[in-house]
Design a protein around this ligand. Structure first.
Ligand code: ADP
Length: 402
């Protein structure tokens, strides 16, 4: 029996021998090495079943067991046989192949999963790369288009600059022409008006009543023509920047009297009541007398022109340390709110039909604004349609000599 155990030992198989009561009689060296040198006294203390305790006495056959001193150790196959009433047990290390196989399979499928995922990611990355390439192609196409556009734009800009230069020079020619023509028209007109006036007043010999009436109508038209030409002349001078201030000291009241004397006939014709407030006769100014006169004439004649019959015009002066403020207020048709912002634009007229009836070029207010600004001042308008309009002018000092 001992020899059998040794033989098994020689091929590396742990083996044990027990009697019919399960007492362990012998264990070969391989077994003892597995047990750490100490052999227990019974078979029951040597093995436990892989799925629970073993029933003793053990029948002949094969069991899955673990060594009791190593319960978490590998599962072994215990082959049991009986010979002459002695039990012989031989332990084969169960090759953990099945478990390893299972683990391997699990790992393999995990790996496959990973590979699959990787290839999915790779595809996604490839897609993104493709997309990026598309975009990059699109971008370079756009860049080319932009370069072409840019080139066109530069050419267009050069053309525009050239056209602009031509326009500026044409504009200059126009302003010069306008200035010269207005000036040439004005000179004979002043002479015509002077002689008509003398005739009207009987200074060139007696005139009949009929001739006087004719001369009166003619003088009115000459006045309007002169206003128009003066406006065009000022406009062209403003255009070429040839309008300069000629400051002098004067009493405002005297200028206001002159302006009112010239405008009185127009006001009287429509029954418009002209009032002056704020005692201008006590205000001394150091400014361009002619231009201040033009400002007043333009604003007051508009206030008469766009008034209702028997309406009122109030011109109020207010002199303070740092500025002279004056307003021209009327009781006329007013200015619709949507047009207030454009009222000082050149050639702007709210109602061209009406202006045709009353005369006018749409230049008056733009000239007034330029003249006010030339004095360093500002002009504002407030208006309520059908109630009238108020123009407010502020002129800063020095309004007297330093
Ligand atoms: P115009 O020669 O036509 O009078 P202006 O530049 O003096 O030119 O005025 C421009 C327009 O502003 C006028 O045609 C008129 O429509 C409007 N306007 C000017 N003053 C008044 C006012 N006091 N009341 C109502 N509308 C006015």
């Amino acid at each position: 029996m001992d020899r059998a155990l040794e033989t098994l030992d020689a091929v590396g198989l742990p083996a044990a021998l027990w009697d019919h009561q399960g007492r362990l009689l012998e264990g070969n060296r391989s077994l003892r090495a597995r047990l750490g040198g100490r052999l227990p006294d019974t078979v029951a203390k040597l093995f436990t079943g892989a799925d629970g305790p073993l029933d003793f006495p053990l029948a002949a056959g094969e069991f899955e067991v673990r060594l009791l001193n190593d319960p978490s150790g590998p599962v072994a196959a215990l082959r049991v046989g009986y010979l002459e009433g002695y039990g012989v047990g031989v332990i084969h290390e169960v090759d953990d192949r099945a478990r390893l196989q299972r683990e391997l399979e699990a790992k393999t499928s995990e790996l496959q999963e990973k590979v699959l995922e990787l290839s999915r990611s790779k595809r996604a990355i490839l897609n993104i790369l493709e997309d990026l390439e598309d975009r990059s192609r699109e971008l370079s196409r756009r860049k080319e288009e932009l370069e072409v556009l840019n080139y066109d734009l530069q050419r267009f800009n050069r053309d525009l600059e050239r056209a602009n230069k031509e326009l500026r020079s044409l504009d200059e020619t126009k302003s010069n022409l306008l200035s010269n023509v207005s000036h040439e028209l004005r000179t004979p007109l002043v002479a015509i008006k002077g002689y008509s006036d003398l005739m009207f007043r009987g200074k060139l010999g007696p005139v009949t009543e009929k001739q006087r009436l004719g001369l009166e109508v003619s003088l009115k038209s000459q006045d309007r023509l002169l206003d128009l030409i003066n406006n065009l002349l000022d406009f062209s001078r403003i255009e070429i920047g040839r309008l300069e201030l000629m400051r002098e000291e004067f009493v405002l009241g005297d200028l206001v009297d002159e302006v009112l004397a010239a405008l009185h006939p127009r006001a009287a014709e429509r029954g418009v009541d002209l009032r002056i407030l704020g005692r201008p006769e006590e205000i001394r100014l150091f400014a361009d007398r002619t231009k201040i006169g033009q400002i007043l004439t333009n604003l007051i004649s508009n206030a008469i022109k766009f008034n209702r019959d028997d309406g009122r015009v109030e011109v109020t002066f207010e002199s303070a340390d740092h500025e002279l403020a004056f307003s021209v207020r009327d009781t006329g048709i007013g200015i619709p709110p949507e047009h207030v912002g454009r009222i000082f634009d050149r050639f702007f007229q709210v109602d061209a039909g009406m202006s045709r009836r009353y005369g006018g070029t749409g230049l008056g207010l733009s000239i007034v604004k330029s003249l006010v600004e030339l004095h360093g001042g500002s002009i504002q308008v407030v208006s309520e349609p059908d109630k009238g309009a108020t123009f407010l002018i502020r002129l800063p000092r020095p309004l007297g000599p330093e």
